[in-house]
Design a protein around this ligand. Structure first.
Ligand SMILES: Nc1nc2c(ncn2[C@@H]2O[C@H](COP(=O)(O)OP(=O)(O)O)[C@@H](O)[C@H]2O)c(=O)[nH]1
Ligand SMILES: [Mg+2]
Length: 345
């Protein structure tokens, strides 16, 4: 299932609280999450796959487009949508949520509405107005609505129960001790980026990215990590480094603390700051810093294309014959066209 919502509504906080450990980066700044991140919740006798997503917002520029595309893809792939909205005491739907609500309506999937940050809401009665609005709009698709505080933990058991109830039964995908499908390297990069965001206030908008240059796992002794913080412009470098390097040092100390907890090991962390000009403005720059298409085709790419050919004869083929067919197809014209040789311009 996918955790969907506007930037800053608390999706990543919810994921972390449910998993009982910090996995996703969370800050008070919008657009902290840039890429979908899978958390695997393992209640007794089941497995819930929760996809944390970037906030749904109006996309300007390649990085924002990538982020919104991630959220859309999560909606497409999910069996159930966990739709987070900020709890409020009236029936208003903010313009941002209105756009997202339309996407959720169009997806036609079961929705569990999660009204987050109830700890900040004084007038709990007013929640009913908000609930009614969403229930009118989503109709039967809305399977449940649960007021929660992702931060404090209120309502989370009920939220999980409702999400699990809305999910179809299926095979467990992962081993029962897995927390995520993301690599430790990827998580390390996110933890460091979170600390950069927290340490830089508004001076450095959203132009930092982190790559891991080396990850030497010498557990149980130590994990040695070398990472680069990429900024877009020369003027941003001193903002991250700080006076006599004090800021980057603080970033390192804070990131190392989280990493030692996550990796359950002593960690040696070395950070470098580099200007990677306009990395967020080109698809190539984005891909190089980890915001590109995954190397392996995703399920979307493997979906059967529309065809008017009668495929019923396939049913009579043995598996061996079928394998032969598939091979032959993919070596001739089954491959997607090479974008660099896509014919006359
Ligand atoms: N008061 C309150 N704050 C919350 C709650 N959940 C999240 N937050 C805060 O909202 C901000 C955004 O959280 P985050 O999880 O990064 O939001 P995301 O962008 O939806 O992933 C952070 O400062 C969180 O501490 C909650 O239940 N109550
Ligand atoms: Mg987030």
């Amino acid at each position: 299932m996918a955790l969907i919502g506007r930037p800053n509504v608390g999706k990543s906080t919810l994921l972390n609280h449910l998993l009982g450990t910090k996995l996703a980066a969370t800050t008070h700044k919008p657009q902290t999450t840039r890429k979908n991140l899978l958390g695997i919740l393992q209640p007794p006798g089941g497995q819930l796959l929760l996809l944390d997503t970037p906030g749904y917002h109006q996309a300007k520029g390649p990085l924002n487009r990538f982020m919104v595309e991630q959220a859309r893809r999560a909606i497409d792939d999910a069996d159930v949508i966990g739709y987070l909205v900020e709890a409020r005491a009236d029936n208003a739907v903010t313009p941002g949520n209105e756009r997202l609500l339309k996407v959720v309506e169009a997806a036609g999937k079961p929705v569990v509405l999660l009204l987050n940050k109830i700890d900040r809401l004084k007038d709990k009665q007013g929640l009913l107005l908000q609930l009614q609005t969403y229930s009118d709009r989503l109709g039967e698709r809305m399977k449940a609505a649960v007021p929660i505080s992702a931060y404090r933990g209120d309502g989370l058991t009920e939220a999980v129960v409702e999400l699990a109830r809305a999910l179809p039964e299926g095979q467990a995908f992962f081993d029962d001790d897995r927390l995520t499908d993301a690599s430790e390297r990827a998580v390390a990069a996110e933890f460091i980026r979170e600390k950069v965001m927290l340490a830089t206030k508004e001076e450095l908008p959203y132009s930092a990215a982190v790559t891991i240059d080396a990850f030497e796992d010498q557990r149980p002794k130590i994990v040695r990590i070398l990472a680069t913080i990429h900024v877009e412009r020369d003027s941003q470098k001193p903002i991250v480094i700080g006076k006599q390097g004090e800021r980057v040092k603080r970033i390192g100390v804070a990131a190392r603390r989280d990493l030692e907890f996550f990796l359950d090991s002593k960690v040696y962390l070395e950070l470098h700051v580099r200007v990677t000009t306009e990395w967020s403005n080109t698809p190539r720059g984005l891909a190089e810093l980890g915001y590109g298409e995954p190397a392996a085709p995703d399920l979307g790419a493997l979906a059967a294309p529309d065809t008017d050919v009668d495929l019923s004869a396939l049913a009579d083929l043995s598996p061996e014959e079928l394998a032969g067919w598939v091979d032959e197809d993919s070596s001739s014209d089954g491959d997607p066209p090479d974008p660099d040789h896509a014919g006359p311009k």
